[in-house]
Design a protein around this ligand. Structure first.
Ligand code: NAD
Length: 239
């Protein structure tokens, strides 16, 4: 059991959210830069965000290759392992969800350790030269870094799969994102169309907190997500 000094309101919110999750049939999660700040990678718009200073931007570039997953990443990986979380959609490029053990991950903005063919969407590890040579012999597409740059379209397979998952889910956990970057932010209205329940975990209120979220768990993802998973496991045992 994760021992964290949480106030009563947050503890109640976690209990209610855990029940909500266990009463749902198809649960997915969507994460953003905020889930990786506790791994030392600055987000963009949070209080220590990279957009707020030149130092922040430099830190983001330097820190990302050495960063390790934090308890928030591990909690979501565990939720998948125990069969509850069906899919994880992330805007992050840092590979930390996979490093924590998450398997069914859609990387909306790509992965910094991969390259991608723009014609057939095949992905390669950045040093997987053998696979790249074999690919070149059968496809004439251009191979580029998988990461999506400003103004570049989202890889069509990631976009379609993410939208399909959002439309299928009946519960969406949104963690560590300001939900302002489109088309990632469009996952939420798509999920809402089917009356999916929205559980938001964030350090601060966002544009969706009061208008869209059914539950808002305010605080660090590295503390709240492990407590949420502990509570889900506890309730599963007593069922
Ligand atoms: P954002 O910076 O716009 O928003 C991050 C949100 O997370 C903020 O609301 C902030 O208050 C919250 N937050 C910060 N630390 C938190 C914590 N420990 N616990 C809970 N909440 C926390 O991020 P975004 O919405 O993901 O949009 C930024 C874009 O930039 C994304 O599209 C992403 O691709 C890219 N980006 C990626 C990385 C990465 O790969 N780690 C880092 C920075 C930016």
């Amino acid at each position: 059991m994760t021992e964290i000094n949480m106030d009563k309101e947050l503890r109640n919110g976690i209990k209610i959210s855990a029940k909500e999750i266990l009463n749902s049939k198809y649960i997915i999660a969507s994460t953003g830069a905020g889930i990786s700040t506790e791994s030392g990678i600055p987000d963009f718009r949070g209080p220590g965000g990279a957009w707020r200073s030149i130092g922040g931007l430099i830190k983001m570039v330097v820190k990302t290759p050495t960063a390790k997953p934090n308890p928030g990443h591990y909690a979501l990986a565990e939720l998948e392992k125990i069969g509850i979380l069906k899919c994880l959609i992330t805007q992050n490029i840092d590979n930390l969800h996979r490093a924590a053990g998450s398997r069914n991950v859609i990387e909306f903005h790509g992965n910094m350790y991969k390259l991608r063919c723009t014609k057939c969407n095949t992905r390669f590890g950045i040093f997987d030269f053998g696979a790249m040579r074999a690919h070149r012999s059968r496809c004439k597409g251009i191979v580029k870094p998988d990461t999506v740059m400003f103004g570049e379209p989202i890889p069509p397979d990631a976009l379609q799969n993410a939208f399909d998952e959002a439309e299928r889910c009946d519960c969406l956990i949104v963690a560590g994102t300001s939900s302002v970057v489109y088309p990632a932010a469009a996952l939420i209205p798509r999920a809402k169309r089917n009356n999916a329940r929205i559980i938001e975990v964030n350090a601060e209120e966002t544009g969706m907190t009061r208008s869209v979220s059914d539950h808002f768990l305010k605080g660090k993802t590295g503390e709240i997500l492990p407590s949420l998973v502990d509570e889900i496991k506890r309730l599963k045992e007593v069922k």
